[in-house]
Design a protein around this ligand. Structure first.
Ligand code: FAD
Length: 456
């Protein structure tokens, strides 16, 4: 549903995008947070969303969604919600994707955000008009009529999600059965009576292994390294609510939580899982104890890393073999910005190298939201990113001295966002942050800009 009024964009090639709107890509949790923050500050923008509605990957019907039927929040509702819209007591502690989609629709309605968006419209190209650091942007989008339209914008905010482009390892040999990535997995009936190998035991891999147990003839789970498995409840409460708001030093939290987790789940190695790598929190926690339960009941067999495929067999690095009808790759995602030359995003290796995971030192008016992985940052964490961006854009126009202060920081050394943890997945997920350290840095930077009065 395109907003008719948005078709007539002001055409103005003046300096610093004066009179022009910003372009915002995405109406998922990050994009909606941005839409809210921009409109709170009266910043004109046009939102582009490839799907027909809001909610991002939480709308399982969206072509861009990698959600599956059994998926629920991994973090609990209280730690995940936007501050401006707490989830009601009637919502489950770990709501399903269906409840989440209702929630995002409610958020969009409450703040009248839909009117800013062109739905069914994909941004296919974003190019700066000149070499200037504050150059306007030429944005080409393709709407429901299939026509490409190029328009000039004051800047670009990218909130296109980080879980859409599957990362598929190169395996030696050929597998003669069916192989698929979790990005296309929807429901467990595909496992019916099959011998299934799931490769990768992150949160999705474990969820899907548990789904498969109820349908498949056999379920094997291939793991390259060991993880800590966290219970979703401790003492009857969602486990992420237990020390909410009180950031403990890394060494205390590691010790205390490590003891508690060991008391509850024991060492997963006893059930055939690899020894967890490093200390607790040094790898992204897997919020799933059902996988331990099923391994304990012999319904899930843990295997090592796959060396190669040979017909219907997987050959593991320890020399053992297994026969399978289906292989499910739970091997994660890679960052993907197909509409922009990634050099504009200060690309390094496999990711944009951004200040606070948001600001590029190359452009004053190009921002990325949601390119962040952490334990428990939730929608509010994404919203806080958007508040900082909206504050900066407003200051560029109304308080240049403050904006310049921020810009100088963006040019300088990056703050440490690790919170003192030695995260082991940094080569694979270089945008991994510690939630408390990240929130604190975002809050400290937001102090540069005036608050929006409550109720706006
Ligand atoms: C099973 C599962 C469980 C999860 N659980 C949690 C959890 O408990 N807590 C948590 O914090 N996170 C969780 N996540 C992570 C998830 O990434 C975030 O919840 C959230 O969806 C990220 O929001 P986003 O707006 O950045 O991206 P998305 O939700 O991916 O939204 C991006 C939007 O951008 C649109 N888009 C992309 N490219 C274009 C384009 N070129 N033009 C126009 N539109 C475009 C897409 O259509 C999409 O609507 C989970 C993910 C999965 C798969």
């Amino acid at each position: 549903m395109a907003d008719e009024g948005l078709e007539k964009l002001p055409v103005d090639d003046g300096p610093s995008g004066e009179g022009l709107p910003y372009a915002l890509i995405g109406a998922g949790p990050a994009g909606l947070g941005a839409a809210r923050c921009l409109s709170k500050r009266g910043i004109d923008f046009v939102g582009f969303e490839a799907h027909s509605g809001v909610g991002g990957l939480w709308d399982i019907a969206s072509e861009t969604s990698t959600m599956y039927e059994s998926a629920h929040l991994i973090s609990s509702r209280t730690t995940t919600a936007y501050d401006e819209l707490p989830m009601g007591e009637d919502v489950a502690d770990y709501p399903s994707h269906r409840e989440m989609l209702d929630y995002f629709n409610e958020f969009a309605d409450k703040f009248d955000l839909r009117r800013h968006y062109r739905f069914d419209t994909r941004v296919i190209r974003a190019v700066p008009e000149s070499e200037a650091v504050d150059s306007n942007w030429l944005i080409t989008s393709r709407g429901p009529d299939g026509e490409d339209v190029t328009e000039t914008y004051a800047g670009l905010i990218i909130a296109n999600g980080i879980l859409s482009e599957p990362s598929i390892p190169d395996f030696e040999g050929d597998f003669s059965g069916e192989m698929m990535h979790t990005s296309v997995y929807k429901s467990p009936d595909i496992f019916k009576d099959k011998r299934v190998l799931i490769i990768g035991a992150g949160n999705s891999g474990c969820d899907i292994a548990v789904d498969a147990v109820h349908q498949a003839k056999s379920v094997d789970l291939s793991m390259r390294s060991g993880y800590w498995f966290f219970p979703k409840y401790i003492l009857g409460k969602p486990s992420d609510t237990l020390n909410e708001g009180k950031a403990m030093p890394a060494w205390i939290k590691t010790r205390v939580d490590g003891k508690v987790i060991r008391m509850i789940t024991g060492n997963p190695a006893r059930l055939g899982f690899p020894e967890p790598e490093g200390r607790i929190y040094e790898t992204h926690p897997v919020m799933n104890t059902l996988v331990l339960y099923h391994a304990g009941h012999g319904d899930i067999k843990v295997r090592g890393d796959v060396a190669r495929f040979d017909g219907d067999e997987a050959v593991f690095k320890d020399g053992s073999r297994g026969e399978y009808d289906m292989v499910m790759l739970a091997t994660g995602y890679k960052l993907n910005y197909p509409f922009i030359d990634v050099r504009e995003l200060n690309w390094r290796g496999n990711h944009p190298d951004l200040y606070l995971n948001i600001f590029t030192p190359k452009h004053r008016n190009l921002f990325v939201l949601g390119m962040v992985e952490a334990t428990g940052l939730g929608w509010q964490g994404r919203y806080n990113q958007a508040e900082l961006v909206a504050g900066f854009i407003q200051a560029e126009r109304e308080n240049p001295a403050r904006a310049e202060q921020m810009w100088q920081r963006v040019q300088g050394p990056k703050p440490d966002l690790s919170g003192g943890y030695n995260y082991r997945q940094m080569d694979r997920l270089p945008y991994y942050v510690n939630k408390d350290a990240y929130r604190a840095e975002i809050a400290a930077h937001r102090e540069l800009f005036e608050e929006v009065p409550a109720g706006n």
